[in-house]
Each structure stands twice: as structure tokens, then as C-alpha cells.
Design a protein around this ligand. Structure first.
Ligand SMILES: NC(=O)C1=CN([C@@H]2O[C@H](COP(=O)(O)OP(=O)(O)OC[C@H]3O[C@@H](n4cnc5c(N)ncnc54)[C@H](OP(=O)(O)O)[C@@H]3O)[C@@H](O)[C@H]2O)C=CC1
Ligand SMILES: O=C(O)CCC[C@H](O)\C=C/C=C/C=C/C(=O)C/C=C\CCCCCO
Length: 328
């Protein structure tokens, strides 16, 4: 018999999540029926979307939503022999039983790369960067691309893909260590948005002519400032708004119409699942770029399933450099 641990949402988050909002539970899993597969989670993901989605799609007592790289430990399903690795969306759990539906098999995986990358650069965040840049920003060689939360899972891939596409890349991040990392992976300009005296001036200095594309991961006041530095016909990909996820009262900002009108800007929100039908094709390209060394991957690994709430809260505070993952 296998005992499975899970983290549940004990209490809906009010403002910034607290340790007491989570509860660790343990259950004994039943025997497998024909067609069933028993998985153990090897790496779990913490992602910003868990904060807004918890309110939208969970009730108190539910297992926290999320994805993992999991390995088959027992199988009554010939499609998933013991030892097979998948990406599953089974929540914050150490073990789970699946009927084999809604699982993504990992592609042939090069030995030298950790399989946790299937939760990051070669997974949902990498796909977000890829489709956001090509389908929403519609990048062209010579464009100047600005990205926020640039040293994170999505942002670090955005910058590197934009470089592959022949763009000039400017990144903003919340610590000097992150800024140094951005320069190391090829960003042309990077600054610490928490310590610059004036965001307007820092943005102007990084690109005096303005920005063709803005890959917006944070929203809020920062994005209102960027709006006034977009070039004519600039494109804004609204990917995330993490600066507001913990707000109890929605932020009010300067309104977007005047700068959008004067500069004839396009602004479009998107969710990566819009391109689920092109997932495999894009993952192959991301994997190839990683293997060729064109995209470097950084991970912020927390060891121990017990530390998942701390890892999640750390992500929302900006403690991570690269993709935040948990090694069970
Ligand atoms: N639309 C879609 O389909 C998807 C959207 N997203 C969104 O993309 C964004 C980045 O996600 P992801 O790469 O996974 O996460 P990251 O790895 O970038 O981690 C989150 C980062 O956000 C930054 N941050 C936290 N609070 C603030 C704040 N108040 N203002 C500015 N920055 C802040 C921190 O970096 P720093 O130290 O630099 O402040 C932190 O490290 C999120 O908004 C997320 O919701 C992600 C996946 C899919
Ligand atoms: O790893 C996988 O493949 C599973 C990922 C599942 C996930 O649901 C897929 C997409 C994630 C999208 C993330 C979106 C964001 O981060 C944007 C945040 C919030 C959107 C608004 C929520 C509405 C709240 O009312």
C-alpha cells in the first residue's frame, strides 16, 4: 500500500498567502484497477497562476492545483510501463493514480538535462514565452523587446528567444543578482526596477528610441509607465499581472486609451493553452534550442515536498532565479 501526501488549500488566500492557509494531508491509495497507473511525483511546479486560479477554480479543502513530472511505479496500463516519465496536472501530491488520460509523455530526454525542465523552459513557461513572442508580439529582427520578471521562468526564455529572433532585448528584474544573470544570458540591457531612482529614466536609458514589443509579466504601475515609451504600432503581450495577484483591492491606474491611441498600439492578453494544438511542435523547437546551447536554463530548486508552500510564497516574493521547482 502506498501512502500519498498532498497539500490542500485550507483557507482561501486573503492578500499574500500564509503558511496557515495550507494543510498537509496523507491518505492510503487503493489497489490499481485494470487500466490504472500509479505515479510518484519527481519534480513539482509552483507557478504564479496558482494564486489567482485558487480563487477562481478551487474551494477550501481541495488539493492545490499544479503540475509535476512523475514516474510510473506500478502499472496496469500497457501505454505506461514502469519507469515512464510524464507531465501530469495532478496537483500538489507525492503519489497519484491515473487512468492514463490527460498525461503528456516526455519526449526522448537527453541524459545531461534534468527532467524538471519539462516544467520550465521545455514546458508550459517556455511555451508561454514562445507563443507570446511569435503570435502576440509578432517579433521581427531589429525590434526592441522589453520583458518584465525577466529572470523568471517565462521572462528568461522570452529574452533568449527574442535574441535568437534578432531583437534587442531589455529586461527588468528585482535584484542585482538577477540583473547580472540577465546580462550573462545575453540580454542587451537590464536593470533592477526596485533600486533605480526613476523607472521612466531607466527605461529611456535602456532604449532611447522606445520599445516595439512589451512582454508584460507584471502589470500595474510599471506597465502604465512602459505604455508611454512604446514606439508607433508597438505590440504589447499581456502575459501576467503578478504585481496585482495578492491585492485585496484592485489597483487603479492611469488609463490606457490615450497612449494606445496616439501610438496606435496593440495590446492582447493570452493564455498559453490557446496553442495546445501546436504544443508538441513548439516543445521540439525549445528542446533543440536548449540542446544547441542557444537557450540557457536556470532553476531554483527547493528540496522536499514539505516545503511546497514556502516555495510558492517565495516565488510570489521574487526569491527565485529561473524556474521554481520542488524536488520531492
Ligand atoms: N498567460 C499565460 O498563459 C501565462 C502567464 N504567466 C505569467 O507570467 C508571469 C511570470 O510567470 P513565471 O515566469 O512562471 O514566474 P517567475 O519565475 O517570473 O516568478 C515570478 C516573479 O515575479 C516577480 N514579481 C513578484 N512580485 C512582483 C511585483 N509586485 N512586481 C513585479 N514583479 C514581481 C518576481 O521577480 P522579481 O524579483 O524580478 O520581482 C518573481 O520572481 C506571471 O505573471 C504569470 O502569471 C505564466 C505562465 C503562463
Ligand atoms: O504544465 C502544464 O502543462 C500544466 C499547466 C496548466 C495551466 O493551467 C496552464 C496554463 C497556465 C496559465 C497561466 C496563466 C497565468 O499565469 C495568468 C494568470 C492568471 C490569469 C487570470 C485568472 C483569472 C482569475 O480570476
Amino acid at each position: 500500500m502506498v501512502r500519498a501526501k498532498s497539500w490542500t488549500l485550507k483557507k482561501h488566500f486573503e492578500g499574500f498567502p500564509k503558511t496557515s492557509d495550507f494543510e498537509l494531508k496523507e491518505v492510503e491509495l487503493p489497489k490499481l484497477k485494470d487500466g490504472d497507473v500509479l505515479f510518484e511525483s519527481v519534480f513539482l511546479s509552483v507557478d504564479p497562476y496558482m494564486r489567482p486560479y485558487s480563487r477562481k477554480s478551487m474551494k477550501e479543502g481541495d488539493i492545490m492545483i499544479g503540475s509535476q513530472v512523475a514516474r510510473v511505479v506500478e502499472s496496469k496500463n500497457p501505454t505506461y510501463p514502469v519507469g515512464t516519465y510524464v507531465v501530469a496536472f495532478s496537483g500538489w501530491r507525492t503519489h497519484f493514480i491515473s487512468d492514463g488520460k490527460d498525461l503528456q509523455l516526455l519526449p526522448a530526454w537527453p541524459e545531461k538535462f534534468p527532467r524538471s525542465l519539462a516544467l520550465g523552459t521545455i514546458g508550459m513557461p517556455g511555451l508561454t514565452a514562445y507563443f507570446g513572442l511569435f503570435e502576440i508580439c509578432k517579433i521581427r529582427a531589429g525590434d526592441t523587446v522589453l520583458v518584465t520578471a525577466a529572470a523568471g521562468a517565462v521572462g528568461s526564455v522570452v529574452g533568449q528567444i527574442a535574441k535568437i529572433g534578432g531583437c534587442k532585448v531589455v529586461g527588468c528584474a528585482g535584484s542585482d543578482k538577477k540583473v547580472a544573470y540577465l546580462k550573462q544570458i545575453g540580454f542587451d540591457e537590464a536593470f533592477n526596477y526596485k533600486t533605480v531612482g526613476s523607472l521612466e529614466e531607466a527605461l529611456r536609458k535602456a532604449s532611447p528610441d522606445g520599445y516595439d514589443c512589451y512582454f508584460d509579466n507584471v502589470g500595474g504601475e510599471f506597465s502604465s509607465i512602459v505604455l508611454n515609451q512604446m514606439k508607433k504600432f508597438g505590440r504589447i503581450a499581456v502575459c501576467g499581472a503578478i504585481s496585482g495577484y495578492n491585492d485585496t483591492v484592485p489597483q487603479k491606474g492611469p488609463y490606457v486609451q490615450i497612449p494606445m491611441l496616439f501610438n496606435q498600439l496593440s495590446m492582447e492578453g493570452f493564455i498559453v493553452s490557446r496553442w495546445n494544438d501546436r504544443r508538441e511542435e513548439a516543445l521540439k523547437i525549445l528542446l533543440r534550442w536548449v540542446v544547441e546551447g542557444k537557450i540557457k536554463c536556470e532553476e531554483h530548486v527547493t528540496e522536499g515536498f514539505e516545503k511546497m508552500p514556502a516555495a510558492f510564497m517565495g516565488l510570489l516574493k521574487g526569491e527565485n532565479l529561473g524556474k521554481a521547482v520542488i524536488k520531492v
